[in-house]
Design a protein around this ligand. Structure first.
Ligand code: ADP
Ligand code: ADP
Length: 229
């Protein structure tokens, strides 16, 4: 069962070809890591899959729809972890999650689509003790977990994480990896994570695709790839 299907994706900025025919798939319930150096085009790929950016050419399907012309129901099934919530520092953790969750209520007809109870969500991401704290008072690692909580508030079937552990120390990184594994175990959420860190890719991935020179240059399980490197 394929959740993300990308075939011959191309992206050109001005005269520069950043993606030159990218092809890969993610199956439902899989943690797929896209590994590649800075500037490889990972963010560009994610932004196209999220429907934020229009591609130059190629075929892209996420949950059976083309992100370029998907509807709001599709958007409600997709989770995106952004880092732009820091400015909402005056809000308290529980309060903001409760507020954002309310947007999904109209979509919550099926059992598994019911919005989170905020307590369960905070427990999942490890912010129970911070429920009443202002976002501005959270540590870096707590903020990133808050970013994730916001990204999954609508119980997405597909979750996109762009370089989620950039700037983390090893402890925060380990905690974050545990969180991704807990998310992956939730009703078969499909997770696409980008990183430039091979070690991180190996720790997180069911499968790794390596982006280089505008193409996927390797695709396999961490074990497969370890054997070829
Ligand atoms: P990565 O996430 O792997 O670091 P990006 O997708 O951010 O890679 O960037 C890939 C390349 O595309 C880089 O050379 C970057 O400078 C360029 N790029 C990204 N966004 C734009 C844009 N909006 N306009 C022009 N060039 C861009
Ligand atoms: P960061 O790595 O700090 O997130 P990025 O390099 O991804 O920053 O770029 C931030 C923003 O600038 C993104 O919207 C990206 O698409 C855009 N961008 C990146 N490179 C270029 C470029 N060469 N020309 C125009 N816009 C760019």
């Amino acid at each position: 069962d394929v959740a993300i299907d990308v075939e011959d994706l191309r992206m050109r900025y001005g005269a520069t070809d950043v993606l030159k025919g990218v092809t890969f798939r993610a199956h439902r319930g899989e943690v797929l890591v896209m590994l590649g150096p800075n500037g490889a085009g990972k963010s560009t790929t994610l932004e196209i899959l999220e429907g934020f950016r229009l591609r130059s050419s190629g075929r892209v399907e996420v949950l059976g729809s083309d992100p370029a012309d998907a509807d709001e129901l599709w958007r409600a099934r997709i989770g995106v972890v952004l880092q732009s919530w820091r400015d909402h520092g005056r809000w308290r953790v529980g309060e903001l999650l409760d507020y954002l969750g309310s947007f999904y209520v109209p979509f919550g007809t099926a059992e598994h689509r019911r919005p989170w109870d905020v307590g369960g969500l905070m427990e999942l991401v490890g912010l129970t003790d911070q429920a009443g704290s202002k976002i501005s008072s959270l540590s870096g690692g707590q903020r990133r977990r808050m970013d994730v909580a916001i990204g999954i508030v609508g119980k997405p079937e597909v979750l996109f994480l762009d370089e989620p552990t950039a700037g983390f120390d090893p402890d925060a990184r380990r905690e974050f990896h545990d969180l991704v594994h807990r998310l992956a175990d939730l009703d078969g959420t499909t997770i696409l994570v980008t990183t430039h860190d091979l070690d991180e890719a190996e720790k997180l991935a069911d499968r790794i695709v390596i982006l280089g020179g505008g193409r996927i240059i390797a695709d396999g399980s961490p074990d497969d790839l370890a054997r070829t490197m």
